[in-house]
Write a protein that binds this ligand. Structure first.
Ligand code: DGL
Length: 275
């Protein structure tokens, strides 16, 4: 069985690349819902339904034992309900256990080590207030300052890094006076702009830690698989990678080629998804 990795677009691909680099032995299926991107400005209900469809597709049609929701918006809006309702209803048998993990809580664990934390994320993630809730569950002393950065996802999808700089400056401005110890890149697309965000976040005499999920998720997943042999033992190890999207975009295809080599990007039909 395989490891599924899901995002609205190429954000999750950054996480997939980092996971694949650390654990190249497993078989992976990446699924980017490029046709319905961005998720960040969609309603709670829409994000839940898209995420449920993607997870169901990865389990039933792609034979995944575990799915990583490599999208903060979906992790904030849909993960809990999928874990608490979808999984027990659809995979109740102990012999056929499946798992769904998100990317937000592992990064919240890291953020909770600091006193003053800024978070850049999508509108949907900010509206859910999940970052503040999860960080404060772990450390009630951490002060969390959230800023939505809606223009970054479309610019990243278009690979327009330069055009993103004025928006980065605009979004970071309200955080500059907050005496931050750390800044969370609270959307899996943002590590694509890590350098640009770092450069614009510099404050004299102060080192601000950038918390980026492409660095956090692979070791956490590795440790999870060591603890959960019931899942790890079901994973096949042929070192394969399959890339599926709901709409083929040139930028995603180019990135796949650059990061993974000559893997074909396959388009999946609406009917395959709407089970
Ligand atoms: N990459 C996703 C996230 O981490 C969201 C991008 C989108 O708005 O679709 O939130």
């Amino acid at each position: 069985m395989k490891i599924g990795i899901f995002d609205s677009g190429l954000g999750g691909l950054i996480i997939a690349r980092a996971i694949h680099k650390r654990m190249p032995e497993y078989d992976y299926v990446y699924f980017g819902d490029t046709k319905r991107l961005p998720y960040g400005n969609k309603s709670h209900e829409a994000v839940f339904e898209f995420t449920r469809q993607a997870v169901d597709y990865l389990f039933r049609r792609q034979n995944c034992a575990i799915v990583i929701i490599a999208c903060n918006t979906a992790s904030a809006r849909a993960l809990r309900q999928i874990q608490q309702e979808y999984l027990p209803k659809n995979f109740p048998n102990k012999e056929d256990q499946r798992r769904v993990l998100g990317v937000l809580i592992p990064a919240a664990e890291e953020a909770s080590k600091y006193k003053r934390v800024g978070v850049l994320s999508t509108y949907g993630t900010v509206a859910s207030n999940t970052w503040e809730k999860e960080i404060n569950k772990l450390n009630s002393q951490t002060e969390v300052f959230q800023v939505p950065a809606p223009m970054l996802v479309p610019l990243i999808e278009e690979r327009e890094k330069k055009l993103a700089i004025p928006f980065i400056q605009k979004y970071l401005k309200p955080l500059m006076s907050k005496k931050l110890d750390a800044l969370v890149l609270g959307c899996t697309h943002y590590p694509m702009l890590k350098k640009e965000i770092k450069n614009n976040m510099q404050i004299k005499n102060k080192q601000i830690q950038i918390i980026s999920q492409d660095e956090i998720i692979p070791p956490k997943l590795g440790r999870y698989l060591i603890r959960h042999r019931e899942i790890a033992d079901r994973l096949s190890e042929n070192g394969s990678m399959k890339i599926l999207v709901t709409d083929k975009t040139q930028n995603l295809s180019e990135l796949v080629k650059k990061w993974f080599g000559n893997y074909a990007v396959e388009v999946i039909s609406d009917s395959a998804l709407s089970s």
